[in-house]
Design a protein around this ligand. Structure first.
Ligand code: NAP
Ligand code: G4F
Length: 348
């Protein structure tokens, strides 16, 4: 049985990847942060009590800012594959918390690479490493962007991801480690964090549809993103670690839409005129924006035989249907005297 170790397992991608690995017979170990509230909601469907006989899903407390802790865990687990997904992953927040973002994204990756290097040196066992790179690294470079495109990062988050990318390349070349960088374009899902624009729109419009809130406040509606579904993208991560040689790959659908087009698509499903309920709030504008991301994933298609299964229309439909069901539950609970309806949208 292969063992995988995931940082960022409680996030959107971590939960889909954990499901994929369990379905392929892996023993899965995940790093979780101590929080004052439960942060494992996305893992509820796959959680197994570690006391159960034949449990092969284990969570360990830790943080990528704690190098000694992650090193100890890797020595203990001795995984075959490590997926480094942990990050402060919100671009706008990275302008407010630049140092914290660099610590988790850039130095966090370096700490994970050091932990892998030490474990490989002390045990002699090969460990394959996936680094979660981002299309934000291309930033202001015009589309279509592929593996040859120059990095031109436009936020502290993106600069930190570029740094993590080059740490990973350097550790591959310096120590002969099997390290793959995935350069993934935006991928969303029913589990997407609620302050990213797609989920903010689907949560907001469905709640407005059921009378639970009145408005959504957004920033720039003209930026273009190449949006895919997260379940397709974690499959590409896994494929990268199953190759004969480590390499770097762009993962994208090749199709880009504006935020405005995402609103059009979601509004059409709900038969709503979104223009009547969306307002601009300048606090969601970024000091430097990334205007246009559209990926060219021909290398991943050719070498990994990877293809996305969910297109833009299907992605929006799934997210709207999911959030409509959630809003209905919220309404029923409220009408039965349970739960409070938050009128604006928290944190968004
Ligand atoms: P996400 O939902 O924001 O999840 C981030 C994960 O990182 C969470 O599990 C979070 O834990 C964990 N984390 C944050 N800081 C940490 C720290 N200091 N130590 C340990 N864990 C920490 O992000 P995602 O969308 O799943 O993305 C996964 C990775 O891919 C990230 O590295 C992201 O930057 C990158 N990426 C994402 C996309 C995309 O479109 N989704 C595209 C390209 C690259 P908590 O749950 O405790 O907060
Ligand atoms: O949904 P977003 O916050 O995603 P963004 O900035 O593209 O970053 C995401 O994708 C990256 C891959 O390219 C990941 F690396 C990163 O971790 C993250 O997952 O914003 C998308 C666009 C931006 O142009 C933003 O300015 O939507 C625009 N936008 C407009 N109003 C908004 C809002 N974004 C957010 N989050 N909230 C708004 O109210």
């Amino acid at each position: 049985m292969k063992k995988a170790f995931l940082t960022g397992i409680t996030g959107q991608d971590g939960s889909f990847l954990a499901e994929l690995l369990l379905s392929r017979g892996y023993e899965v170990h995940g790093l979780i942060r101590r929080a004052s509230t439960f942060n494992t909601g996305r893992l509820d469907s796959i959680y197994i009590d570690p006391h159960a006989p034949h449990a092969h899903f284990f969570l360990h407390y830790g943080d990528v800012s704690d190098g000694g802790g992650v090193r100890r865990l890797l020595q203990q687990v001795q995984p075959d594959e490590v997926y480094n997904l942990a990050a402060q992953s919100h671009v706008k927040v990275s302008f407010d918390q630049a140092e914290f973002t660099a610590d988790a994204v850039a130095l966090g990756t370096l700490r994970m690479l050091e932990a892998v290097r030490n474990t490989v040196e002390s045990t002699g066992k090969e460990i394959r490493f996936y680094q979660a790179g981002s299309s934000e690294m291309f930033g202001a470079s015009p589309p279509p962007q592929n593996e040859e495109t120059r990095f031109y990062p436009r936020s502290p988050y993106a600069v930190s991801k570029v740094s993590a990318h080059w740490y990973a390349v350097n550790y591959r070349e310096a120590y002969g480690l099997f390290i793959a960088n995935g350069i993934l374009f935006n991928h969303e899902s029913e589990r997407r964090g609620e302050t990213f624009v797609t989920r903010k729109i689907t949560r907001g419009l469905t709640r407005i549809h059921l009378g639970l809130q009145n408005k959504i406040y957004l920033g720039n509606l003209d930026s273009r993103r190449d949006w895919g579904h997260a379940a397709d993208y974690v499959r590409a991560m896994w494929l990268m670690l199953q190759q004969d040689h480590p390499d770097d790959y762009v993962v994208a659908t090749g199709e880009a839409h504006t935020v405005r087009e995402f609103l059009d698509e979601a509004g059409a499903i709900l038969k709503m005129d979104w223009k009547k309920v969306v307002e601009l709030d300048a606090r969601y504008l970024r000091p430097t924006e990334v205007d246009n991301l559209q990926g060219d994933a021909s290398k991943a298609r050719r070498k990994l035989n990877w293809r996305p299964e969910v297109n833009f229309q299907e992605l929006v439909r799934r997210m709207v249907e999911h959030d409509l069901a959630l809003a209905r539950q919220e309404k029923i609970l409220h009408e039965s005297g349970y739960g409070t309806v938050v009128s604006g949208y928290r944190h968004a």
